[in-house]
Design a protein around this ligand. Structure first.
Ligand SMILES: C[S@@+](CC[C@H](N)C(=O)[O-])C[C@H]1O[C@@H](n2cnc3c(N)ncnc32)[C@H](O)[C@@H]1O
Length: 402
């Protein structure tokens, strides 16, 4: 029930943040990375001289809000952001964080994302870790979709079932036993009972989960939530479709690649749609705790067009020149995917091309510097781009252009 959600987050704002920490670090992640938003929602070609209107729906203590507003402020781009959350104490933390950073053009609202359209039309809506907490998840997707401008899009994170194995039996048992308690009483009860749960319980065997060790807010959010429903890829696709949305991409599409699990030459059974294949990959992987991705209105997704050589590539997560040096030496790019270390074999020419990515040069500049002819470049770049984009390591955007 919504009232209970407010009680929960008013007592234990999530995630637990000390606004003073804004003076020493910026929390980054997906969704909510402006470069990623441009890449997935706007085909890497948003005109950033025009004010972008953004809704941060269920903004919590402000991680996504701060990342977006700081990114756009650093890039000196015009924006207007509306933050909305049901919880007043959570909002206070987000407000303090924004204040300490001197971030402007943010309107803070205490209310429900179900009323999103009342606050305007938005080019981008960010909704991380919220829709699975609604009484009616579909109503949430639909309300956000209805608040999008033509051509706008949604960045989302929703819980996925298999990586959270063990969570739901504990949530259900603690919930049934703590009805009528205050949040503080529930926390005390839950922590005591949890201490008596055997180490062989699937939750305690699940090495992927750690929020319960991160203080009261983490414990409460993971194990004492009374409205928390994980969503498979197939269910997610159903919610999106019903809301007139389509998945433009997951942030790391490689996580959903069925072919990674199949013997070479294996022929898929007939009639498996893309969603069916991702659904099977999710089951085979078995470790996904969340689905992070972007959606546009049906028919409005804008895939990256590599024939457009004015696109500006960005290498994410490391200095591209350093990565290029390592590739030249070892022939391998080490990456982390879903807690796994993976070595991607890369040809020397990839290192040469990556070494000139600087967030300013467009593909046409890179062709010139490479000394390759356009046809050879296009073919190699298409392979390199697909490989890196699949892991969320390469994004296209004009955002950082001087
Ligand atoms: C798990 S927290 C996520 C916070 C933030 N988006 C993040 O990822 O750090 C969920 C937040 O959603 C808010 N929330 C839940 N239902 C909501 C609704 N219907 N409208 C607005 N906010 C809601 C809660 O108050 C809480 O602050």
């Amino acid at each position: 029930m919504p009232a209970m959600i407010e009680d929960h987050y008013n007592a234990y704002p999530y995630p637990e943040r000390n606004p003073q920490d804004e003076r020493k670090r910026l929390i980054t992640g997906s969704p909510s990375n402006p470069f990623e938003i441009d890449h997935h929602v706007f085909g890497g070609r948003r005109d950033w001289s025009k004010t972008i209107k953004i809704l941060v729906a269920g903004g919590g203590s402000g991680d996504g809000l701060i990342q977006i507003a700081q990114g756009l402020t650093d890039a000196n781009r015009p924006y207007e952001i509306v933050y909305i959350d049901l919880s007043t104490s959570t909002r206070k933390i987000a407000e303090e964080r924004a204040e300490i950073r001197g971030l402007r053009n943010i309107t803070f609202i205490t209310g429900s994302l179900l009323d999103a359209a009342d606050y305007g039309e938005f080019d981008y809506i960010d909704c991380c870790g919220v829709l699975h907490h609604l009484e009616d998840t579909q109503a949430g997707f639909t309300a956000l979709s209805n608040a999008l401008t033509d051509g706008g899009g949604l960045g989302f994170m929703v819980y996925a079932p298999y990586g959270r194995s063990g969570v739901y039996p504990l949530q259900e048992a603690f919930g049934a036993l703590s009805e009528g308690m205050t949040p503080e009483e529930r926390l005390k009860f839950g922590q005591t009972a949890f201490g008596r749960v055997p180490d062989t319980h699937p939750f305690k065997r699940n090495e992927l989960l750690g929020d319960h060790n991160d203080g009261p807010a983490g414990f409460y959010d993971l194990l004492l939530h009374n409205q928390d429903r994980a969503t498979s890829v197939k269910e997610l696709n159903g919610y999106l479709t019903e809301a007139d949305l389509e998945l433009s991409s997951f942030a790391q599409p490689a996580l959903y690649r069925l072919s990674d699990f199949l013997p070479e030459g294996f022929e898929l059974p007939e009639g498996l749609s893309n969603v069916d294949q991702m659904h099977l990959a999710e089951k085979l992987r078995g470790t996904l705790k969340t689905h992070v991705g972007y959606a546009n209105k049906i028919g409005q997704s804008k895939p990256i067009n590599l024939n457009d050589h004015s696109l500006i590539p960005h290498f994410i997560g490391a200095d591209p020149r350093q990565a290029a040096q390592v590739i030249l030496k070892t022939g391998v790019l080490q990456i982390h995917l879903d807690g796994q270390k993976i070595g991607l074999t890369m040809p020397p020419v990839a290192a040469k091309l990556m070494g000139v990515i600087d967030g300013q040069r467009c593909l046409a500049d890179i062709v010139k510097l490479s000394g390759m002819d356009r046809i050879a470049f296009s073919s190699i770049w298409a392979q390199l781009s697909a490989l890196l984009c699949d892991y969320g390591l390469l994004l296209y955007s004009d955002l950082g252009k001087n």
